[in-house]
Design a protein around this ligand. Structure first.
Ligand code: KG4
Ligand code: ZN
Length: 335
């Protein structure tokens, strides 16, 4: 079954053709990041406009790269939630147009489910059930993936998402948007013991996260140094921050793995590209004898191949939509 997939939830316009949920025939991504960088973050109105301009060309390229026409595909899958509402609407309406014109099934895909499904592309033997840490710019969840389409959230962030904390800390340090990858790069050159940063806990919720205090600690560190007329060693702050975030994410995820007796752990989302997180999770999984699956760097960020992968399993579960499908800015992965 060939699925034409569309992703437009944030600042990447992406289309792909994916066969049977696992084989990527094409994957095209048009990133808007250069333009948003001017403003230090994603400007929703600009994102919507750029999606509208880019989507036809991206779709055409995805079809021609795959060597198929719209008549040759079996269904259209699209990210419909969660995300920037105006951005999502471009993809949803484009998908509806194809489904209506070509009389193809329309498959709505939840963005976090698709991030998890990126791993099905990379790891042909991976199947649910497993435990998953999904860390992106908008979400930080520990999720029990019970089947391809059934999920239970065990833990979540109470304030900032991990990626959001990375981007805000990076901004305070003067790195350009998106700052996650900049901190990751700088951290490799820094001394993580030079500065002490907190590991905030959520009382009574062992699998929940709180990152806003950590971000504030970085801002205060820079501010206090500035007041004394000193400059912080940026690489050392980056290293301390990366150490704190990865320790928090790994310790809570491994506690959840022990509690649920999970034998398989999967990483997903943009922050799963982080080298500190990957290394620490690898080491923890070896110690705890848990099999670890991570997406390749090319599938960590937003793309449409992962939408085509999850779309296949949604279709098999009977989860199709009619022409009244709407985009939803905020929606639990469990529904
Ligand atoms: O999943 P994603 O591409 O978009 C959302 O669904 O939000 O995640 C984007 C987030 C951004 O906050 C970005 O800074 C972060 O992932 N990110 C990283 C790295 N690469 C991307 N954070 C830390 N280290 C990285 N190497
Ligand atoms: Zn994402």
């Amino acid at each position: 079954m060939k699925i034409f997939a569309i992703e437009s939830s944030c600042d990447e316009t992406a289309c792909a053709v994916v066969e049977d949920g696992r084989r990527v025939l094409s994957s095209v991504i048009a990133s808007q990041v250069e333009e948003h960088r001017l403003y230090g973050g994603v400007v929703p109105e600009i994102a919507s406009r750029r999606h509208a301009e880019a989507i036809t060309g991206v779709a055409d390229k995805a079809l021609s790269d795959a060597g198929v026409s719209l008549d040759g595909i079996d269904a259209v899958a699209v990210t419909y939630a969660p995300g920037l509402i105006g951005a999502l609407l471009i993809g949803v309406n484009f998908a509806k147009g194809i489904a209506l014109a070509k009389n193809k099934p329309l498959i709505p895909v939840h963005h976090l489910r698709s991030h998890i499904a990126a791993n099905y592309i990379a790891h042909p033997s991976l199947e649910p059930p497993f435990l998953c840490l999904v860390v992106s710019g908008g979400h930080s969840h520990i999720i029990e993936v019970q089947s391809y389409t059934e999920f239970r959230v065990l833990g979540r962030t109470r304030d900032d998402a991990a990626g959001e904390a990375y981007d805000k800390a990076a901004r305070a340090l003067g790195y350009p948007y998106p700052g996650g990858v900049e901190i990751d790069r700088a951290a490799k050159r820094g001394d993580k013991t030079h500065y002490k940063l907190p590991r905030p806990k959520v009382v009574g919720s062992p699998y929940d996260f709180s990152f806003s205090g950590l971000k504030t600690a970085v801002v205060n560190l820079i501010h206090n140094a500035g007041q004394k007329g000193e400059a912080v060693v940026k690489e050392d702050v980056a290293a301390a921050f990366q150490d704190a975030v990865s320790e928090i994410l790994v310790s809570r995820t491994m506690a959840a793995a022990a509690e649920t007796r999970a034998k398989t752990l999967v990483l997903a989302g943009g922050v799963s590209a982080n080298s500190g997180l990957r290394a620490r999770m690898q080491a923890a999984c070896e110690t705890q004898e848990v099999a670890l699956y991570m997406p390749p760097l090319s599938l960590c960020g937003d793309n449409a191949a992962m939408v085509g992968a999850q779309g296949y399993y949604e279709f098999r579960a009977g989860n199709t939509a009619s022409m009244d499908l709407n985009a939803v800015a905020s929606l639990s992965i469990e529904r």
